[in-house]
Design a protein around this ligand. Structure first.
Ligand SMILES: Cc1cc2nc3c(=O)[nH]c(=O)nc-3n(C[C@H](O)[C@H](O)[C@H](O)COP(=O)(O)OP(=O)(O)OC[C@H]3O[C@@H](n4cnc5c(N)ncnc54)[C@H](O)[C@@H]3O)c2cc1C
Length: 431
């Protein structure tokens, strides 16, 4: 493989494929290298794909992409041992074009998306690991792979190798991730007949529902769990930051087992057959954990750049959007014939003007706040469950007395000043 390419993209997740597809569509010679047997074979996602960013790459993609269900309902459940406070939105308009978002299975979707790149001329090589970036005179000039004679050269290398980007670390762009900056998430795909899913989630064939769980789902630790509907399976998963796992001595598979057996969750899954068990890290460090993303002859995109908004569980869309911005920068750099860091810095500027940096900056202190003040998950969620339960129980007590009792309990537990401080802190972190 001594041929030279315009672009080498490492990784065939949504970030890498978005970049490879756009570059090839614009006439560049693109090599994409994926370590998995095929794109998606190693990739894990709860399963919500956002329409907007994908549509900006392939218009009307849903007409041919292997999507599972358009999501028409999103619920949030604050779980306690035997209760849940539920918030949600159901919008029938989301069940029609142009849709809002979809559930997908990554093994199918990533393969389809990468094939679209191949149709545009991307040379995709699977089952090949990029072991290092080749650097000459301070410029990345290609990559070394684990194939015999596996050095390949290009004007630009795009690192789309996921959350624990060994290649970005090798270049000194990335420091070691801290345990509080990543969540370890385990999930299972459980087969269920389509009609059973429809009945249990109160939806029709071409409608999907997502449920996010907090509180008891992670044993009061920072983190979330999810249950998403596919066509004839559901995805259920749970994750907490690595630091919480270590501190609380949690075992991920035990957390998932407990969630599946929770009396409010179990009826959704009854009679289902486990099809697949997966585990993966999610970047949760947000704005403060973003590494250097531009160098001489190199760009970093997607999870490798830590572009995940964990508050809104957006990752795949940030991956695609950053892949697209990287591609646009490379196309302009090719026209100028300049792949230096200052030329490629256009990518950084585009990122700064995009929703990616704006959203990550908005929530820059959110994960850290919840990590440092565990009472939000440990104390407030159980209290909210109890308060709502008490308030809605009809036992002859006047509502005003109930209200007073709830406020009295909260004051006794926390004190007024403390509650006000806690509310202010959260408002500050997410405002
Ligand atoms: C359990 C879970 C649930 C999630 N739920 C959602 C959700 O509902 N919605 C959402 O938008 N986001 C979700 N995310 C986040 C989302 O999955 C990621 O943000 C997204 O996949 C990032 O895409 P990426 O292309 O940057 O990285 P990845 O998808 O991780 O792709 C990286 C690719 O690079 C390949 N690779 C790595 N190293 C090498 C190497 N050295 N050589 C060759 N190939 C290499 C890998 O095999 C992989 O194919 C979830 C993540 C997890 C773990």
């Amino acid at each position: 493989m001594s041929e030279k390419f315009d672009v080498i993209v490492v990784g065939a997740g949504p970030a890498g494929t978005a970049c490879a597809y756009i570059c090839a569509k614009n006439g560049l010679k693109v090599l994409q290298i994926e370590r998995g047997e095929y794109p998606g074979s190693k990739n894990v996602m709860g399963g919500v794909l956002y329409r907007k960013q994908m549509e900006e790459i392939i218009p009307d993609f849903w007409k041919e992409a292997p999507i599972e269900r358009p999501i028409i309902e999103q619920r949030m459940m604050m779980l306690e041992k035997e209760s849940a406070v539920t918030l949600g939105y159901k919008g029938l308009e989301w069940g029609q074009e142009p849709y809002n978002n979809f559930t997908i299975l990554r093994a199918k979707f990533d393969q389809w998306f990468a094939d679209k790149g191949v149709e545009e001329g991307v040379l995709l090589i699977n089952e090949t690991v990029v072991t290092e970036c080749l650097v000459e005179d301070g410029k990345v000039v290609g990559v070394r792979t684990d194939r015999p004679d596996g050095d390949v050269y290009a004007d630009v290398v795009v690192l789309a190798d996921g959350v624990n980007s060994l290649l970005a670390k090798q270049l000194g762009f990335h420091r070691e991730l801290r345990p509080e900056e990543v969540a370890l998430t385990v999930m299972e795909v459980i087969n269920l007949p389509k009609d059973t899913i429809n009945a249990r989630f109160n939806i029709h064939d071409n409608q999907g529902c997502t449920i996010e769980f907090f509180g008891e789902a992670t044993k009061g630790n920072i983190g979330t769990a999810f249950l998403y509907t596919n066509k004839d399976s559901v995805n259920i998963g749970v994750g907490t930051t690595l630091s919480s796992m270590i501190q609380a001595k949690l075992k991920p598979y035990e957390l998932l087992d407990q969630l599946k057996n929770h009396p409010i969750v179990q009826p959704y899954l009854e009679g289902g057959e486990s099809q697949e068990y997966l585990a993966h890290l999610i970047p949760e460090g947000g704005y403060h954990a973003i590494p250097k993303v531009v160098g001489n002859g190199v760009l970093v995109v997607g999870d490798a750049a830590q572009f995940v908004n964990s508050i809104h569980r957006e990752g795949s869309n940030m991956a695609m959007a950053s892949g697209k911005l990287a591609a646009e920068t490379i196309i302009d750099a090719k026209a100028k014939g300049d792949f230096s860091e200052s030329s490629l810095n256009q990518y950084q500027m585009s990122l700064n003007n995009s929703f990616i940096m704006k959203d990550l900056e908005k929530y820059k202190d959110a994960t850290h706040t919840f990590e440092h003040y565990p009472e939000y998950f440990k104390d407030y969620l159980p209290f909210m469950n109890k308060a709502v339960g008490q308030f809605l129980t009809v036992d002859g007590t006047p509502k005003k007395d109930k209200q007073k009792e709830i406020v009295r309990e909260l004051k006794a537990k926390k004190g007024t000043i403390r509650v006000l401080k806690d509310v202010y802190r959260v408002w500050k972190a997410v405002r």
